[in-house]
Ligand binder design. Structure first.
Ligand code: GSH
Length: 237
């Protein structure tokens, strides 16, 4: 084999590597988990790259996502896609013959996007408010959080998962809540979701956490608990 063929071989290997799927994430990022769940549901093989967001973001991450500089970033055929909900839709469209994430029917698709957006815009800040406050402010935040969960419960009526009998777009979008909310409850010593006040959401928390896909991908509970507790103390300081 001469040098020029070696160079060609190197180029081929590099080109094949580019073809592969790469996911930039961080161990405690609920947004990165969404992208992982979407890829795993589709059975897509990917390389996971752990980012050290608290010390130094990698050159690659900054190159692939110069706009927000956040994870997750999916790189497919060398092309980067940022924003977790956009990534889920992209994965669903590209690997369209695999597990269906969004419904086929346009109206149902619109509904799924609506509830995913509702969870993103309303539930995320409401649970964060319970986590990052104390006293009266926290009591108010608790009421608000329970109210928005009550509204989200509408989308679960008559169904096991938001997607129906199996998980779909809204389950993936909101799927970090069952794990994170239980940890927040433990840290702040307040119950947000239970079988009396939010029976459908409560059952969904349990059912979602029971899925092999989810059990096998969540961060270690003790590590997440310690990290989240320290983060709350920082906020309060
Ligand atoms: N809306 C974004 C949020 C992503 C996000 O906030 N990622 C965090 C990690 S959980 C991050 O990369 N933070 C780094 C930074 O803010 O510089 C998404 O859904 O992808």
């Amino acid at each position: 084999m001469n040098i020029s063929s070696l160079r060609n071989w190197g180029e081929i290997v590099e080109a094949m590597a580019e073809k592969r799927v790469k996911l930039f994430g961080m161990w405690c990022s609920p947004f990165a988990l969404r992208a992982e769940w979407a890829l795993k549901l589709k059975g897509v093989e990917y390389e996971y790259v752990e980012e050290d967001l608290f010390h130094k973001k990698s050159e690659e991450l900054l190159r692939y996502n110069p706009v927000t500089k956040k994870v997750p970033v999916l790189v497919h055929d060398g092309k980067p896609i940022a924003e977790s909900l956009v990534i889920i839709e992209y994965v669903d469209e590209v690997w369209k013959d695999g597990y269906p994430i969004l419904p086929k029917d346009p109206y149902e698709r619109a509904q799924a996007r609506f509830w995913a957006k509702f969870a993103e815009d309303k539930i995320n800040p409401a649970t964060f408010a319970v986590y990052s406050t104390t006293g009266e402010q926290q009591q108010k935040a608790l009421q608000d959080a329970q109210e928005v969960f009550k509204t989200l419960e509408e989308a679960l009526k008559g169904k096991k998962f938001f997607g129906g009998e199996t998980i779909g777009f809204v389950d993936i979008a909101a799927g970090w809540l069952p794990c994170w909310v239980r940890i927040i409850e433990e840290i702040v010593g307040i119950n947000i979701v239970n079988e009396n006040n939010l029976p459908l959401i409560n059952a969904w928390f349990d059912d979602f956490m029971e899925l092999e896909l989810v059990k096998g991908s969540l961060p270690p509970k003790d590590k997440l608990y310690a990290f989240s507790k320290a983060r709350r103390e920082k906020f309060l300081a």
